[in-house]
Design a protein around this ligand. Structure first.
Ligand code: ATP
Ligand code: MG
Length: 373
């Protein structure tokens, strides 16, 4: 890609409205533009990063047996009434069309997927099923000042698992813990698996938390890696000695990049999602759900990986592998290198501008270091 032709370049000043580090740096470097509070447009550089994150997550979900699908964002109100979440889901966007029909704008997809799965499940032979999507979610969040960390429209990967019994559900849940840790490792985020409340469905859930001052969450954790709880549920406090001798427990502010939940038969009961077991007896399907905030991950990566000059993308998600800059009188050589790199299948951002000083080019490159040197 030639920088001279790139849609979305580095700018020097950004509006004072952006207060978070991720939104400031991403806006300055030409990756995103705010539409309204909590809603961002992704320019070509930003979309490349988002797609790379999504692709890593997709590969990991496929390895875990996931089948990708795409569910509707405009959702049937009746199903939200059935689960009572039309009233109880705080951040639900409710739309009324001019034809006087009401819709939910999807913040999550149990109300769509569970009735759909029930069409295809009748016998124990039809299970398990693991289905996921990577799709925009809509939530009418009260606070949306943290850039990509908390959006009103944001990209999420949500996987739902459907099992014969709780034992099979628990086995898959344990497997997904490993998949999540590995996924965040590939994204160069050190995530801490953290016990958190389970909401209305079960006693606990697990969150994947990344230590960061700008995070909204707080955890108490063991630096040796064997214990972490969200402060919302933690019964121990900072400073207590770890049982395994790793020293005192610490407290840190964190960003929740993923969350896994046991749903058990909560939704199966509402939508009568049942199967016949080997003895011909009807049983409720057991479910789990597993989310990763893809656009929040992008914001978290920026919060964690930047220096005083700008974003320092980890190799795994960098928009381009090489940032090639022409200095004076070297156009011919630079053109040649650009062509060779492209031929070799390497993604190059080529700063071919002729009227721009070398200093300015280096500064622009620093604001969004597209490769790790
Ligand atoms: P939070 O506790 O941050 O409000 P949540 O627990 O409601 O999130 P889930 O419904 O479990 O989130 O969604 C799965 C993942 O989607 C979260 O772990 C997070 O990474 C991401 N996510 C949730 N809400 C938002 C949002 N408003 N903007 C960006 N990402 C989000
Ligand atoms: Mg949460």
């Amino acid at each position: 890609m030639k920088y001279s032709k790139l849609f979305g370049k580095t700018i020097k000043e950004i509006s004072k409205e952006e207060t978070s580090i991720n939104a400031k740096l991403l806006t300055r470097a030409g990756f995103i533009r705010k539409e309204v509070a909590g809603v961002y447009n992704f320019l070509p550089l930003g979309l490349r990063v988002l797609n790379k994150i999504a692709q890593i997550v997709r590969e990991e979900m496929n390895k875990a047996g996931g089948q990708e699908l795409s569910l509707s964002a405009l959702q049937n109100k009746e199903n939200w009434d059935k689960t009572s979440r039309w009233e109880s889901f705080d951040a639900l966007f409710k739309l009324t069309s001019k034809f006087e029909k009401e819709y939910a704008l999807g913040p999550t997809h149990e109300e769509v997927l569970v009735p759909l799965v029930s069409e295809f499940v009748s016998s124990y032979r039809d299970l398990p099923i693991y289905a996921y999507q990577i799709q925009n979610k809509f939530r009418d969040e009260a606070r949306a000042k943290a850039g990509l960390l908390r959006g009103r429209e944001f990209l999420m990967k949500d996987l739902y698992s459907f099992h014969l019994d709780e034992k099979d559900l628990m086995e898959y849940y344990e497997k997904m813990k490993k998949v999540y840790t590995n996924t965040f490792k590939r994204l160069e985020l050190s995530s801490i698996e953290t016990k958190a409340s389970g909401g209305t469905f079960s006693d606990f859930s697990h969150e994947y938390q990344v230590i960061c001052e700008s995070g909204e969450d707080e955890i108490i954790y063991c630096p040796g890696g064997d214990f972490s709880e969200n402060v919302e549920i933690a019964k121990v406090s900072e400073g207590k000695q770890c049982d395994l001798g790793h020293g005192p427990l610490k407290k840190a502010k964190t960003i929740e990049v993923g969350n896994i939940f046991l749903l058990k038969d909560k939704f199966s009961r509402v939508f009568n999602l049942v199967y016949k077991d080997k003895n011909g007896k009807d049983k409720f399907v057991q479910m789990g759900c597993y989310g990763i905030g893809i656009s929040r991950v992008m914001g978290a990566i920026v919060e964690v990986h930047h220096d005083e000059r700008g974003i320092v993308w980890p190799d795994a998600v960098t928009p381009y592998d090489v940032h090639l800059i022409i200095l004076e009188n070297a156009k011919k050589e630079a053109d040649k290198i650009y062509k060779e790199l492209e031929k070799a299948g390497i993604d190059v951002l080529y700063d071919d501008r002729e009227e721009t000083s070398a200093g300015e080019k280096f500064a622009d490159a620093d604001s969004c270091k597209v490769s790790s040197e």
